[in-house]
Write a protein that binds this ligand. Structure first.
Ligand code: NDP
Length: 511
C-alpha cells in the first residue's frame, strides 16, 4: 500500500538514495557511478509543476563509447556469458526481489519524474519485478533442437547470446521499458548499454544501484544518461555493439535502423501506433464505453498501443459518443501524487505543445470537437503540462488527426457500416501495433481480430499485457517482438552443431 503525499515538495527525500556527487545524479558505467566526461548536467522537471526535481549527469558520445567498451570487455573477457544460466537466473531473481522491497520508493520516484498517477506507476513497478522473474525462470528452461539426420552424423542447435546490446528507451514507461530490455538480454547472457530518455532517467539509475549492490560482474549493465542525438546515435552506430533494441517514435526508429547498417547489427524496433478500437452494435454497451476511455486516456494517451481511433458502428454513434463525453468530462486530471487523480500531465512542455498543435489541426481539418481540446484550467493547469480528455467526431480517414500518432489524450471517432467496412477502416493506417474489438458475437470478434493487421489484439478488453506474451507490431509499428519466449529468442543467436560419430576420412576425393 502506497502512502500518498499531497505533492512532490519533498522530492529531495525521495531521491536521497540515488548515487550523487555535488548533488548531481550519476550514471552507471563499468560498475561505477560517474559524471559525464565533460561534466555536463541536465535539470529534470516535474511534469505536474515544472519545478526542478533533480540534476542528472548529461552524457555524450564519449560516455556512450566508454560504456560500450566496458560492455564489450565484459562480454568478450568477463564471466557473464560463461556463467551457468542458474547463476544468472539467481541474480535476476534477486533483482526482482529488490524491486519489490523498494516498490514504494520506485513508485513515487516514477511519478515524480514522469507525472503519471501513483496507481499507474505502482502497476509498472510490480510488472517490472514480474518481468525479471519471468526471464530468470526462462534462462534455465530447455532450449535448442536436435535433428534426426542420417548416421553417423548428429545435428543440433544451441542458443547463444548475441553480444553487446544497445538499448534505447522512451519516457512513457521509464522503469518498465528498462526492464523489458534488460531482463531478456541478461537472462540470455548478453551485456547491455541502456540509454533512458533524457527526461526520465531516475528509476533506471536506482535500478543500477541494485545491480551494483547485488555484485553483477563489472560492465554487464551500463546505464548512460544523455540525449538521443549523441548517446543514442553513438550506440546505434557503434561497430562494437551487436544489437540495438529501441522503443520510441517511428521517425527515430528509422534513423536508428539506418545507423545500424554500418556493422549490420541486429535490430528490434517497437514504434508508434494509431490503433483501432472497434465497437459493434451488439457489444456490451457499458463495458465498451468503459474500455474506450481506458484505451485512450491511460497514461494520458502516451502509450504506443493506445486505442486512439474509436470505430463505432453507425447505429451506435450518437448514444455511444454521448456516454463517452459524459464520462470523459468526469476524468479527474491532476497531480499524480494526489490520490484522487485519474489522469496525469503530459511529459513535457514541448510535448504538450505538440499535442495542442494536433488539436488545432483537427479543428482546421473540420473535425467536430465533442469535448476537451484545451489545457486544464486553474493554477495547476498553468504550471504543469495538463491537457484534458479530448474527443473529435465527424472525422474523415484522410485527416491528419486520424492518420498520425498524437501520443496524448486525444481520441478520434470514426464510423463504419458493417464487418467488412470495420476491417477496411481499422487497417487504413501505416501502423499495425494493436487493436481491440467489442462484440457479444464471439465468432465475429475472432474473425475481425484475425483480419486486423496488428501484433497485439484484444476482444472485449483493451490494454492488458503479460510478460509471457509477445509484444510488437506489424508494418511501420516495428520489427521483432519483445516479451515472452519471442523476446528471449530475439537476444540470442542460433548455432547449428554437426557431429560426426564415426571419426574416419570421408573418401570424397580419391587422391
Ligand atoms: P523518441 O523516439 O525521440 O525517443 C525515444 C528514445 O530515443 C529516447 O531515449 C531518445 O533520447 C532516443 N533518441 C532520440 N533520437 C535518437 C537518435 N537519433 N538516435 C538514437 N536514439 C535517439 O521519442 P520522443 O520523446 O521525441 O517522442 C516523439 C514521438 O515518438 C512521440 O510524440 C510519440 O508519437 C512517439 N513515441 C512513441 C513511443 C512508443 O512507446 N512507441 C514512446 C515515446 C514516444 P532522448 O529522449 O534522451 O533525446
Amino acid at each position: 500500500m502506497i502512502n500518498t503525499m499531497p505533492r512532490a515538495q519533498d522530492s529531495a527525500a525521495m531521491l536521497a538514495r540515488l548515487r550523487k556527487r555535488n548533488d548531481v545524479c550519476l550514471m552507471f558505467v563499468d560498475n561505477a557511478f560517474v559524471e559525464a566526461a565533460d561534466g555536463a548536467t541536465r535539470t529534470l522537471l516535474n511534469p505536474a509543476s515544472a519545478e526542478p526535481v533533480a540534476v542528472v549527469a548529461e552524457g555524450g558520445a564519449a560516455d556512450a563509447n566508454a560504456a560500450i567498451a566496458a560492455a564489450r570487455r565484459a562480454f568478450d573477457e568477463g564471466p557473464w556469458g560463461e556463467m551457468p544460466a542458474q547463476d544468472r537466473a539467481r541474480l535476476l531473481f534477486r533483482l526482482a526481489d529488490k524491486i519489490e522491497e523498494h516498490a514504494d520508493e520506485l513508485t513515487r520516484m516514477e511519478t515524480l519524474n514522469n507525472g503519471k498517477p501513483l496507481r499507474e506507476t505502482g502497476y509498472d513497478v510490480a510488472d517490472a519485478a514480474g518481468c525479471f522473474r519471468y526471464y530468470a525462470g526462462l534462462a534455465t528452461k530447455p532450449q535448442g533442437q536436435t535433428y534426426d539426420v542420417p548416421a553417423p552424423s548428429q545435428s543440433l542447435t544451441v542458443r547463444e547470446p548475441i553480444g553487446v546490446c544497445g538499448q534505447i528507451i522512451p519516457w512513457n514507461y521509464p522503469l518498465l521499458m528498462a526492464v523489458w530490455k534488460l531482463a531478456p538480454a541478461l537472462a540470455a547472457g548478453n551485456t547491455c548499454v541502456l540509454k533512458p530518455s533524457e527526461l526520465t532517467p531516475l528509476t533506471a539509475l536506482r535500478l543500477a544501484q541494485f545491480i551494483e549492490e547485488l555484485e553483477f560482474p563489472a560492465g554487464v549493465v551500463n546505464i548512460v544518461t544523455g540525449p538521443g542525438a549523441t548517446v543514442g546515435a553513438t550506440i546505434a552506430e557503434s561497430h562494437l555493439v551487436d544489437k540495438v533494441a529501441f522503443t520510441g517514435g517511428t521517425m527515430t526508429g528509422r534513423s536508428i535502423m539506418r545507423a545500424a547498417t554500418g556493422n549490420l547489427k541486429k535490430i528490434s524496433l517497437e514504434l508508434g501506433g494509431k490503433s483501432p478500437n472497434v465497437v459493434f452494435e451488439d457489444a456490451d454497451f457499458a463495458t465498451a464505453v468503459d474500455y474506450a476511455l481506458f484505451a485512450i486516456y491511460a497514461n494520458a494517451g502516451q502509450v504506443c498501443s493506445a486505442g486512439s481511433r474509436l470505430l463505432l458502428q453507425e447505429s451506435l454513434h450518437d448514444r455511444f459518443v454521448g456516454a463517452l463525453v459524459e464520462r470523459a468530462k468526469k476524468i479527474r486530471v491532476g497531480d499524480g501524487f494526489d490520490p484522487q487523480t485519474e489522469m496525469g500531465p503530459l511529459i513535457s512542455k514541448a510535448h504538450a505543445e505538440k499535442v495542442e498543435k494536433y488539436i488545432a489541426t483537427g479543428r482546421d481539418e473540420g473535425a467536430h470537437l465533442a469535448c476537451g481540446g484545451h489545457r486544464l484550467e486553474g493554477e495547476l493547469g498553468q504550471r504543469g503540462n495538463f491537457i484534458v480528455p479530448t474527443i473529435f467526431t465527424q472525422t474523415t480517414p484522410q485527416m491528419k488527426v486520424v492518420q498520425e500518432e498524437i501520443f496524448g489524450p486525444v481520441l478520434v471517432v470514426q464510423t463504419f457500416k458493417d464487418e467488412s467496412d470495420a476491417i477496411r477502416l481499422a487497417n487504413d493506417t501505416i501502423y499495425g501495433l494493436a487493436g481491440g474489438v467489442f462484440t457479444n458475437d464471439v465468432a465475429k470478434g475472432h474473425r475481425v481480430l484475425r483480419k486486423l493487421r496488428a501484433g497485439i489484439t484484444w476482444l472485449n478488453t483493451y490494454h492488458p499485457t503479460y510478460n509471457e506474451a509477445p509484444w510488437g507490431g506489424y508494418e511501420q509499428s516495428g520489427i521483432g517482438r519483445e516479451l515472452g519466449t519471442y523476446g528471449y529468442e530475439a537476444y540470442t543467436e542460433v548455432k547449428q552443431i554437426n557431429v560426426n560419430l564415426a571419426v574416419e576420412p570421408s573418401g570424397w576425393f580419391s587422391g
